[in-house]
Design a protein around this ligand. Structure first.
Ligand SMILES: NC(=O)c1ccc[n+]([C@@H]2O[C@H](COP(=O)([O-])OP(=O)(O)OC[C@H]3O[C@@H](n4cnc5c(N)ncnc54)[C@H](O)[C@@H]3O)[C@@H](O)[C@H]2O)c1
Length: 347
């Protein structure tokens, strides 16, 4: 592994971009060289803050041959097209969630990265939470026994002001609703724990916010293993974010991870686990300052190592696609009123 710094560009300098920029500039092995936003003032102030060169046209960024990794943090419908252009320009791609708005465009992005021989990493930073790593480890060690059921719950508040901040928010073509935007991380975790999906049924509604897509969604999943899953997602919770919670229940294990962003273990029950339980509860992290958590740094480090060691990133395109498929299946149920048996056709 050589010691060359990985050179990053960030495309889209909005709300989530500082999480990327702060992580990149703090890492010894990384450097932020270019940032891009179609709004010149945003590109300029972001560039000034993090010591990079500003651009307003991402194609100009892609022409630079000194950039290794491009991070895409634009409105969601632009992830796939910009990612495809970046791959064609030979750049490794980190893409914010959801990786695309349709399975067809997700597949095109995956294929473009494969064809170009570049890495594709989808940002599901909660997989790197200390709490979630413990659950996944317990699962890999078979400590739950036969999995029975689980639940992904997101009870957050996004008010009218949040949706009014950017015209793409809450729209069908560019964002989706609370399932696609806020809950996709937790849905990703649920499917990561419980494995391939057999079928999905769900309902969505736009209960309170003036948006095109849902502010409340509920769904049930039957996994191929026979285990069942429940999804509850709401951006309408009064008066503020309450919880993002993942429950995993099995024959010999019960775990509930809560906090505002699946950061705190609330229940940890396995046979003879008293000492371990004490240690886990004693070393808990407090709630992060925002629901974005602390995982961006680790997922960026993972990508740098994936590039340097020519291995897959922890969450490659094929992994990021799985939560997208579940959410699009719920949207399909809302239209057809029929359960969706997997795989969902890529339209
Ligand atoms: N991982 C997470 O926890 C997390 C959290 C929030 C948002 N996100 C995702 O990040 C993405 C951005 O969300 P946000 O809340 O930061 O949005 P935002 O609207 O605050 O920022 C998006 C920025 O992209 C810019 N932009 C639009 N088109 C562009 C183009 N063609 N080239 C360059 N810049 C362009 C906009 O001007 C804007 O500044 C979304 O896909 C969202 O789902 C992820």
């Amino acid at each position: 592994m050589d010691n060359k710094k990985m050179r990053f560009a960030i495309i889209g300098c909005g709300r989530i971009a500082p999480k990327h920029a702060e992580s990149i500039v703090a890492l010894e092995e990384a450097e932020l060289v270019a940032v891009c936003d179609i709004v010149p003032e945003k590109a300029q102030s972001f560039a000034d803050k993090y010591g990079a060169v500003p651009y307003t046209d991402y194609l100009e960024v892609l022409k630079r041959d000194d950039i290794d990794i491009v991070t895409i943090a634009t409105p969601s419908d632009l992830h796939a097209p910009i990612g495809i252009d970046a791959a064609k320009a030979g750049k490794h791609v980190m893409v914010e969630k959801p990786m695309a708005m349709t399975l067809k465009s997700a597949d095109e992005l995956i294929q473009a990265c494969r064809d170009a021989g570049v890495k594709l990493s989808v940002i599901h930073q909660n997989r790197f939470n200390k709490s979630i790593k413990l659950v996944r480890q317990a699962l890999e060690e078979g400590r739950f026994g036969k999995l029975t059921h689980g639940q992904a719950t997101v009870r957050w508040n996004r008010d009218e002001n949040y949706y009014a901040q950017a015209p793409w928010r809450g729209t069908k073509l560019q964002d989706g609703g609370v399932l696609m935007n806020q809950s996709i991380h937790n849905i990703d975790l649920l499917q990561w724990m419980f494995g391939p999906v057999e079928s999905v049924y769900g309902y969505t509604r736009t209960a309170l916010r003036k948006i095109e897509m849902e502010d409340v969604g509920v769904a049930v999943i039957k996994f191929k293993s026979g285990a069942l899953g429940i999804i509850e997602a709401a951006s309408t919770i009064y008066p503020k974010n309450i919880e993002e919670t993942l429950n995993v229940f099995g024959e010999t294990g019960s775990v509930i991870v809560g906090g505002i962003a699946v950061n705190r273990i609330e229940t940890w029950e396995f046979p003879a686990s008293d000492e371990e339980k004490k240690q886990i509860f004693a070393s808990q992290e407090s709630d992060p300052p925002t629901v974005y958590g602390f995982g961006h740094r680790e997922i960026i480090v993972d990508m740098i190592e994936a590039v340097k060691n020519n291995r897959n990133p922890a969450i490659p395109g094929e992994e990021g696609r799985k939560a997208l498929e579940i959410i699009l299946a719920i949207y399909k149920c809302q239209e057809t009123k029929e359960p969706v048996v997997f795989p969902l056709e890529a339209e």
